[in-house]
Design a protein around this ligand. Sequence first.
Ligand code: CDP
Length: 784
Amino acid sequence: MIEKTSPEVGGMGHSIKRKEDSRFIQGKGNYVDDVHLPGMVYGHMVRSPYAHARLKGINTEKAKQLPGVLAIITGEDLAKANLAWMPTLFFDKQMVLATGKVLFQAQEVAFVVAEDQYTAADAAELVEVEYEELPVLVDPHKATAPDAPILREDREEKSNHIFHWEVGDKSATEKAFQAAPVKASVHAISQRCHPAPLETCGCVADFNRATEKLTVYLTSQAPHAHRTLFALVGGIPEQNIRVVSPDIGGGFGNKVPIYPGYVCAVVASLTLGVPVKWIETRSENLQSTGFARDYHMTAEIAADQNGKVKALRVKTLADHGAFNAAAQPTKFPAGLFSVCTGSYDFPTSFCEVDGVYTNKAPGGIAYRCSFRITEAAYLIERAVDVLASQLKIDPAELRRRNFIQPDQFPYKTPLGWTYDSGNYEGAMNKALEMVGYQQLRKEQEEKRKKGEFMGIGISSFTEAVGAGPAHTFDIAGIKMFDSAEIRIHPTGKAICRMGTKSQGQGHETTYAQIVAQELGIPASDVIVEEGDTDTAPYGLGTYASRSTPTSGAATAMAARKIRDKAKKIAAHLLECSETDLEWETGKFFVKGAPSKFKTIQEIAFAAYTNIPAGLEAGLEAVDYYDPPNLTFPFGTYICVVDIDKGTGEVKVRRFVAVDDCGNVINPMIVQGQIHGGLTEGLAIAFMQLIDYDENGNVQGGSFMDYLIPTAVETPHWETGSTCTPSPHHPFGAKGVGESPNVGSPAAFVNAVVDALSHLGVKHIDMPITPWKVWAILKEKGVVN
Ligand code: CDP
């Protein structure tokens, strides 16, 4: 059977004809898609319409005859160069282009290169692929059943089971459960969703045959790590590779892995000797690049009659799709999921996770979260609400009885983490006060009497960000430190380069502020550059809210090295000893004689014009910062919802978010981070799901089905803060970018369940659509 390759799902497979498509208007910005190089050609993927099928043959003849087609690369071609498979970031391997069989719908089968993107797309439609359908596995619970089809024939183990991982004290937890008078449990699914950054993934690979240098303009959250992986896998000497990550239109973890399109563009450029651009479509992004979550979790809490927790037991099934392409530190098969004891003082706990393969797109990326912490925070915050409801204790009061107390920090959790600092009750009290909690509970009581549905949901989450201490954290073997290089020019202006890479978080502003704070050079005199591996110092990139705890810290440390040298120059200029000098932001002055001083700008000039004997010229420093621990930001979010009985629609009336990320560099940027993350949390709670039918056809593969919240759906966010500095970070900051995405889903769901709890509703899985709510109201006899 000869099949056309393009699956007619989610609008995918339509060739691009509209010349006016704004994606192709040149010179609009500084994104990868704005890169236009002389002689550049275009790549387009041929993708599988089937979720599981044997590849019987590929016929490229018709496609090759289309004028403008330059090359068609298949898996067999790549196999000759040993590139048909590539390693994932998590010890697995992944097909670049399919050989033998395909394992998920929209898997990459062939790469067409043509003179323009329209021809490439049209030619992809002409590639004929013969498939023989195989039984499809979409339900992770059936993955290890005796009759389940074995998906990964390439592996020695003939099983769909990937890993079993456990942590904690199993027998102490069992004993605590046997002794406890109260047990509460919840089964919650953190559903498969997608970061859906507005800019899809793409690259321009430019191999210059004369210089033998490969430049890759890449939508990369980790340009240095990607350069090293290109060198290790592709065999190109690393000094000949330059990765440039220009402006990034959102990453959220989606731009951490290496995707087949990147590899194919590089191979095509090496083959043809011209720059090759590959930009995926929206549907390709949703259907084939790193998905998030897909954790099927059960939490059980053992407690006494007063709601004091005694133990937590967690069992989770992780659906990784066709390849385990989780982008997370290698020692953590389930990421940092074991932060699942959250903000509570559990005497003992046990957590186990099993990973399985299914016929779905690969991934397991940290979508705006520190490697599975969103799943963990969601689970524990749901579970404590279930316990509170079971014991008929107010959920705020139950939390208060169990919070880790401020004097317990540094606090070692039963699952092995050491929280640096916290004041959970302080954050919750502030949020309760801001929202007017007691008043709202009274209002809820009144409304219930009238048959109206109003709910209040609390989430008091703890995050763990800043990977990481290099002794524990690495990605693909590369230790997780990060870096900063600061150069002060003779006129006192500065350029700073970091190993991280902003995707809209405002590093250009906040890093400059750190330099200003440490050296007294105005932030407007500081240029911040990231993302070019030829110039920036080596680093692991930006994801998992690690930038402030790592490169932010490195920036402060490099500035302090500069200050140490500046002191020597100031002593020389002021003709005194270094010990006679004192620092006040921006200048050294002589102790007891404040009028005798030298500004940092004067010192910078002297560093190039009047250098003390024995001292090197220049004023610059680099720092590779290895944090001693993660930082543990936290907060309390409170959501108030009203439910329309007639339609099941949930309206978020109020949402109060109190965050604590230690010392804040820039309150406006932090607020922006919170607003954005809450909006994503809202979407996950109410709108977003990447689902599959029994044949493995992806549902939610376009923005028609995978909904993005607009201003219409987004409520007004009320933000507040408390400040509990990190004791180990150079200026007491903790990361913050992910807190709202981590903390908010539980607040939304808790609010909806709270609104329906008097009907006996204990849990509703996300996304909580109007239809789901209406079906519950109907089942409970509230509506006909
Ligand atoms: O790694 P990523 O930049 O995504 O996360 P982050 O370290 O949480 O920082 C997000 C943005 O918030 C950056 O511009 C930080 O400099 C800023 N921030 C801040 O101003 N104060 C903090 N305590 C933490 C972050």
